[in-house]
Design a binder for this molecule. Structure first.
Ligand code: CDP
Ligand code: MG
Length: 898
């Protein structure tokens, strides 16, 4: 998909003693209040295991340019190490006579971790977020040049900065955090940082604090670092990891020293199922309910693979609680119905009765016997809690506990993520349903029990299609141990694995396969080429992808016109594509849309695809039907891309967002809420979103992403306002239209052609005489359309319509269904669940692919230089017969067309 960054959930957001303080309030605190908070937090910080290693860390960093720090999750690496360095004043001393200040970068694999840890560290230091401590993640940045000294950022952001300044001169230290996760980004950064460190070591020396960071970043037109007369301080590199296996990092960095931080780890008793589980969601639900009855107080952490699963298990838990409570004719607090933007969505559920269901022997039985892996004694029995009125759920200990279900995953709105960190009220057991974000990058106190499904959703690469998809796959034994470890942070704990011991021993791999060996490398190859690294195959990496894997990425880029057939960077298209924080196909589609006059539409579609869960479906059958009906008005017969567009434009019209508004000059510092006009924050808009089963927060994020993308366009000299309907038409879409009539008149062809230019191989043709089955042009695999596709909905509606009219033409229903589905489709998502599906699919004419993609003339402006590029830039191939609709529309901006 789009994201270069793993979008996942946050760390602790607030200090618990100030429960209820919102981020907005935090941003307005006075100096005095800030210092008081920092003062209050100090004792806890000093108790962290990392404190004992402070002097040694500083000594090592001073003595050598590379250091590896290994320490259990929660030992204080991410929050404290940067502060240790900051406090010395050595690495962030402002440059004399200049406003520049060298920074310490702390690279996180997840955007939410970067933002929330930055907030935490700002609190610990008693400063406002965005001052001494800042962050930068894709589409969101909060920092103050010259003031910010500690910058938490994602790997994707640092890679982009390396495009602008190949020596990363703004930084004195780069800390690569969570390196054990081995994301492709972190592996590539490690290779790049090693290379940068060598180059900086060879450059004229300066003491830390005396270097001259480039003011505002060097223009990206430079393929390799310019010889600079400015002295540079050496780059210090610190790699931090939660797993003990750090030798690989050490040897990659030429025998770097490794410091082991002794964490607090209490024994965790491990349980397995006796027989394999077939339905792990049911098993997890059963396990939670039964353990809730039987175990002493202590919070539970359940590892699931994604948001949908978390919603399902939440519903299952509520249903079981509700049925029990109904039986008791008790007052129920039904908690979350999963509906977004309602304050009651905290998922409180009553306790689960004893004997409600027979769990023995069935699928989902609790892993009963501690078979092995027992790392210590069983937990002590907690004292029985007192009876509290209104709380349901007698446990075997005679206690009554309520259950508070708390989800945590990347796309969860920021405020809701906080709930997971707040201690459960007295008499309540917090049950946290999490994705693997909770494995190492997040510390939640109070967890005593872990339920591990043994699964994770991770990126998998299909060499044949060249596509990535998210695939539910077994975790590694390393990951299983990490998950179990979460139960033993504060006291002895238990881990219930929903798989057999045999599976653990024989089927799970010891280590997680590095992502770089199993993902699409096109974006990375393009970035390396833009940095002037020609021979990507020789680029030093801790684990190297195969030649064939790299060759495929290169072939994709050549096909898109980003590289020449010889594999060199194609100017300006390749560099322009790299300028967008998007996968190359989407960047290409946006650039091409400029010539097809539909950039506005492409920006909306791309932004919609980069945000999860815009459409909201309640779990109940009745709710599902209502949501489907509400959504029907956005359904475009041309397919899902146009449906997404309609939904967004209808929202934009309701919220009075100006799609023609010139993009912000500065891309920095804008967050979703800040760039929303007051018209988007009215009750009416919230009501409209609810009525249409659209997630308002997601849509607000789409708007923020879209604004940023528009900004990138403007920097490249592209006009983001070009639309097929013309500037006047969209303005005329009134709230009443709700994406209806006025959008129907739009010609979808240019939009789909632009998309196809980015995804020329993502075509599939319908298999004759089979309903909704399509054959991929790449692999000849036959795949179904995802049930949510608007193409299926449209076909069904036509079928119903024809039946009503008593059409004699199509007596045979099957034939009728077949006739309404398009012959050829373009897909931008290929997903694998129990079956393979094409999702986000639109009807296209295959010949459109032949009209492009190389054939579409490209603008010559570059990011750095909005003027037409110098004639030295290699000329694009002439169009092989551009269609009428593809005739380039000149924008008013300085875009030159060859
Ligand atoms: O990086 P590592 O897992 O070693 O630990 P950390 O993220 O630096 O967290 C150290 C401690 O700070 C945790 O154990 C939490 O008690 C606390 N913390 C917090 O309360 N809120 C945060 N947002 C981050 C950390
Ligand atoms: Mg950490």
């Amino acid at each position: 998909m789009l994201a270069h960054e793993v979008e996942d959930a946050p760390k602790t957001v607030f200090f618990h003693e100030r429960k209820g303080t919102s981020n907005k309030q935090l941003d307005k605190l006075s100096k005095k209040e800030l210092s008081r908070i920092a003062h209050d937090l100090l004792p806890a910080r000093q108790q962290l295991p990392i404190y004992g290693a402070r002097d040694e860390i500083l000594r090592e960093v001073g003595a050598s340019d590379n250091l590896i720090i290994v320490g259990e999750t929660g030992s204080g690496k991410t929050t404290q190490v940067p502060q240790f360095l900051y406090d010395t004043g050595l690495y962030t001393r402002p440059t004399p006579g200049s406003s520049a200040r060298p920074m310490i970068a702390i690279v996180q694999p997840r955007r939410v971790a970067a933002t929330s840890i930055a907030r935490r560290v700002a609190s610990e230091m008693g400063v406002l977020l965005g001052e001494e401590v800042g962050y930068a993640v894709r589409f969101d940045e909060r920092m103050h040049r010259g003031v910010t000294a500690l910058k938490y950022l994602t790997g994707g952001m640092l890679l982009r900065e390396a495009l602008l300044d190949p020596l990363l001169r703004e930084y004195s230290v780069v800390i690569l955090d969570e390196a054990h996760e081995r994301t492709a980004q972190s592996d590539i950064l490690l290779g790049l940082l090693k290379r940068i460190a060598t180059r900086r070591a060879a450059a004229p020396k300066a003491a830390p604090g005396e270097q001259q960071p480039p003011a505002g970043g060097a223009p990206p037109g430079q393929p390799e670092e310019q010889p600079s007369s400015t002295p540079l301080c050496p780059l210090k590199l610190i790699v931090m990891s939660a797993t003990l296996d750090a030798e690989k990092f050490a040897s990659f960095l030429g025998g770097a020293r490794t410091l082991h931080i002794r964490g607090r780890q209490f024994p965790v008793e491990v349980f397995y199922t006796g027989t394999p589980v077939t339905d792990y969601l049911d098993a997890a639900t059963t396990c939670v309910t039964q353990l809730h009855r039987e175990l002493p107080p202590g919070d539970m952490l359940v590892f699931l693979t994604g948001e949908e699963e978390i919603a399902t298990v939440t519903t299952l838990l509520q249903e079981r609680a509700a049925s029990f409570m109904a039986a008791l004719s008790h007052q129920v607090d039904p908690g979350a119905d999963g509906r977004p933007d309602e304050d009651d969505e905290d998922g409180e559920a009553g306790g689960i009765p004893e004997g409600e269901q027979d769990l023995d022997g069935a699928d989902g039985a609790i892993p009963a016997a501690p078979r092995s892996g027992a790392q210590g004694p069983a937990p002590k029995q907690a004292p029985a809690a007192s009876e509290e009125e209104g709380l349901i759920g007698p446990t075997t200990l005679g206690t009554t506990l309520r259950m508070a279900v708390r989800p945590i995953y990347g796309a969860l709105p920021f405020e809701k993520q906080q709930l997971v960190f707040e201690p459960a009220p007295p008499g309540t057991r917090k049950v946290i349903l999490a994705t693997n974000i909770a494995e190492t990058s997040l510390t939640i106190s109070g967890i005593r029990y872990v339920i591990d499904t043994g699964l994770v959703k991770q990126r998998a690469f299909h060499p044949h299609t060249g596509m990535d998809s998210l695939l539910v796959s077994p975790i590694s034994r390393d990951a299983a141990r990490q998950r179990a470890g979460r139960a033993g942070r504060e006291a002895p704990g238990r881990c219930y694995r929903l798989y057999t011991e045999e599976t653990y021993q024989k089927e799970l791999q010891e280590h997680t396969v590095p992502e770089i060996l199993r993902c699409n490398l096109a974006a990375f190859v393009l970035q390396l080429k833009c940095m002037g690294i020609e021979d990507v195959g020789a680029f030093d990496l801790i684990d190297r992808p195969t030649e064939a894997h790299l060759a495929q990425a290169t072939a994709t880029l050549v096909r898109l016109g980003a590289l020449t057939p010889q594999g060199a960077l194609a100017e300006p298209l390749g560099r322009q594509m790299a300028a967008f924080p998007l996968d190359p196909p989407f960047a290409k589609a946006i650039i091409v849309s400029q010539h097809l006059g539909c950039t506005s539409e492409l920006l909306s579609i791309t932004a919609m695809l980069s945000v999860e869960n815009v459409f909201f479906t309640p779990p109940s059958e009745d709710g599902r039907q209502r949501a489907l009906r509400a959504r029907a008005q956005f359904m475009a017969p041309e397919g899902d891309h146009l449906t997404l567009l309609r939904a967004f434009e209808a929202y934009a019209a309701t919220a009075r967002l100006d799609l023609r508004r010139p993009p912000p000059r500065a891309l920095r510092g804008l967050t979703g809420a800040e760039c929303l006009p007051a018209t988007a924050r009215t009750r009416g808009v919230a009501h409209w979103c609810r009525e249409h089963f659209l997630n308002q927060r997601s849509l607000e994020r789409v708007w923020a992403v879209r604004l940023q993308l528009a900004g990138y366009c403007a920097q490249l000299g592209l006009n983001p306002g070009l639309a097929t309907t013309g500037p006047a038409a969209t303005a005329a879409v009134s709230a009443k239209d709700q994406g209806g009539a006025s959008l129907l008149s739009r010609d979808p062809a240019p939009i789909l052609k632009a998309l196809l230019s980015g995804f020329p191989t993502h075509l599939a043709h319908r298999v004759p005489n089979q309903r909704a089955q399509y054959k991929l042009t790449t692999t000849s695999e036959v795949v179904g359309l995802h049930p949510t596709s608007s193409l299926l909905a449209t076909a069904a509606a036509r079928q119903r319509g024809a039946r009503k009219r008593g059409s004699s033409k199509f007596k045979d229903q099957a034939q009728l269904g077949l006739s309404s589905l398009p012959e050829s489709v373009l897909y931008t998502e290929y997903i694998i669940t129990t079956r393979h599906y094409l999702r986000t699919v639109s009807a296209v004419v295959p010949e459109w692919a032949d009209e492009g993609p190389q054939g579409v003339p490209m603008p010559t402006a570059t990011l750095a230089d909005p003027e037409p590029a110098a004639p030295a830039a290699p000329k694009q191939e002439e169009p092989r017969g551009a269609p009428a609709a593809a005739a380039p529309r000149r924008s008013k901006s300085k875009v030159e067309v060859h």
